[in-house]
Design a protein around this ligand. Sequence first.
Ligand SMILES: [Mg+2]
Length: 343
Amino acid sequence: MKKIMGELALIEQIRSGAGAPRNRKVALGIGDDCAILRLPKAHEIGVTTDFTLEGRHFHRDLHPPESVGHRALARGLSDIAAMGARPLAAFLSLALPADMLATRAGQRWVESFFTGLRALGKAHDVPLAGGDTAESPTGLVLADIVLIGSAPTGRALRRSGGRAGDVLYVTGALGGSAAELVDLQHRKPDHRPAPSTPGKPGTHPQMYPQPRVEIGQALLRRHLATAAIDLSDGLSTDLAHLCHESGVGAEIFEDTLPIHPLTTKSPRGRDDAIRLALHGGEDYELLFAAPASIKMPSTLAGVPITRIGRLVRGKSVSVLDASGRRRPLKPGGWEHFSAQPKG
Ligand SMILES: [Mg+2]
């Protein structure tokens, strides 16, 4: 099959929107064997890597290409946010099927993927500073994104700093991403909206999640958190990680959960909304702990901060409903695209 887009053309695509090859963060960008980054004084680096695999993390018939590019970068930025770090640069390895490289429609898909990725990069001042491309042997689009960030030495927020008695907070709203996905899956293909831009904040939590980079940095700068994690797999799963690393348990007050308005579309009503808020993944909000003595602002970077529970002694993690009934909260992460929680 004749390729209309070879590897060099693809690299040009990447380079064309990557921003100035030299800026204050990137001394040398795409085009040499390595990128060279400038590390701010008295900072150390944080590195995170995330797969974006067709059929696992997105479906070409559900997610517009701009959304796939956005989400690939958002996954990495959200991890940087959870550490309170400042993003320095992103690196993308991308494998594309041969048939995609050989058609105009395929080429447009790739262009739109980069449009989405660049728009989010621009919003957070993160240049794409390098990567690799290959022909995918599987017929599927496979991407891996690496994010490099930095934080003042010894200060990065960790999962392990929580103490019994700390209050638990989340940013934004929960369950919206899973709710939007379920809604899309239940529509006939020609009735699926395919937004090519994020629209108003929070409108498309599945298609265009907003990584809380500014909030993470504010938590670190203002000494507002003892421990933090981003909600990629769902509150129940990510809270279990934070508790495990901090050596504590937790209790969540169900009626305080900030439930995303999209969850109320569910025909099963409030129970389903709570299930999505507790177990739905990919919200990319931050969950963090802070000493009870700290007066937490009601918003950070314009995003609501909600108190949802507290850390307790021991290992048990539970949910208290409005009438005070307690039930265990088991990690029940979202099974991507099955529209059913695991376990
Ligand atoms: Mg994470």
